[in-house]
Design a protein around this ligand. Structure first.
Ligand code: OAD
Length: 238
């Protein structure tokens, strides 16, 4: 890849980029809380049946994430955005670590667990208190608040998917970092980039369905491989 020819970059990140910060991935062994599976907690049905349980789980995750440190992969992406003219970061992560690292243009496909939404009014606001003062959280209007994330069975925010599509189809380089590439429509993002003529580089500790069509597959931890890739890139620009 000749980095001197790159005009526009899009990046798709998944849980693997935060793995070295200590945030559990979804499909790893460490993703369990008590004896529940993610699929039994992150659903509208689970929240209807037991909002307290679902909020307890988010309270646990928010506290865990609040105690995590950013890693070199988050920091490198924030640095790249400052240095490159057209740069869009698309993430499936709800941990908010890209924002914390200073990334500005972030498309959050699955929302963010530091935002809450009133189930009656639909209003969204940031809510950073850890631990939560009460579970379930309630809005001033009396209705329940929920984490502003996308749950299983829900559709993605239309604006986010449109922004991801636009960035993927117009970029010349797509980096795909730490995603298993099995959850759609997010998993389609690198495919849109490929179909739009972009060069696709995947960084993951193991091969995924995306590896079959990526132009380059870098096998290794994101926090090690991203600074290496960026160092090589900057050298090419000198
Ligand atoms: P997964 O848990 O499915 O996949 C994590 C990926 O990261 C795997 O492919 C790992 O091989 C890779 N990985 C692990 N450690 C890594 C490291 N140190 N460096 C690089 N890669 C590493 O997570 P996602 O693909 O993000 O959706 O999952 C997608 C969606 O599934 C999530 O956003 C979530 C879940 O359902 C919602 O919550 C809506």
């Amino acid at each position: 890849m000749d980095f001197r020819n790159v005009r526009s970059v899009a990046v798709l990140t998944g849980a693997g980029i935060s793995a070295e910060s200590g945030v559990p991935t979804f499909r790893g062994e460490d993703g369990l809380w008590r004896h529940y599976r993610v699929e039994d907690l992150a659903t509208p049905g689970a929240f209807r049946r037991n909002p307290t349980l679902v909020w307890e789980w988010y309270d646990w995750r928010r506290e865990l994430i609040a105690n995590c440190q950013l890693n070199q992969a988050h920091l490198t992406l924030a640095e790249m955005e400052k240095a490159l003219p057209h740069f869009t970061l698309i993430t499936q992560n709800v941990d908010g670590l890209h924002r914390r690292a200073g990334s500005q243009k972030v498309v959050e496909l699955h929302g963010n667990l530091w935002d809450v939404r009133c189930v009656a009014e639909g209003t969204v606001r940031e809510y950073l208190d850890v631990p939560l003062p009460e579970v379930p959280l309630r809005c001033q209007c009396g209705a329940l608040l929920r984490p502003n994330v996308v749950w299983f069975g829900e559709s993605l925010p239309a604006g986010a998917i449109a922004a991801a599509q636009e960035a993927a189809m117009s970029c010349d380089l797509m980096l795909v970092i730490g995603t298993s590439g099995v959850v759609h429509p997010a998993a389609s993002v690198p495919l849109w980039a490929k179909q739009g003529g972009a060069y696709v580089i995947e960084i993951n500790v193991q091969r995924t369905p995306i590896s079959t069509y990526a132009d380059e597959v870098v096998l290794g931890p994101a926090a090690v491989e991203m600074p290496k890739l960026w160092a090589e890139w900057r050298k090419a620009l000198e």
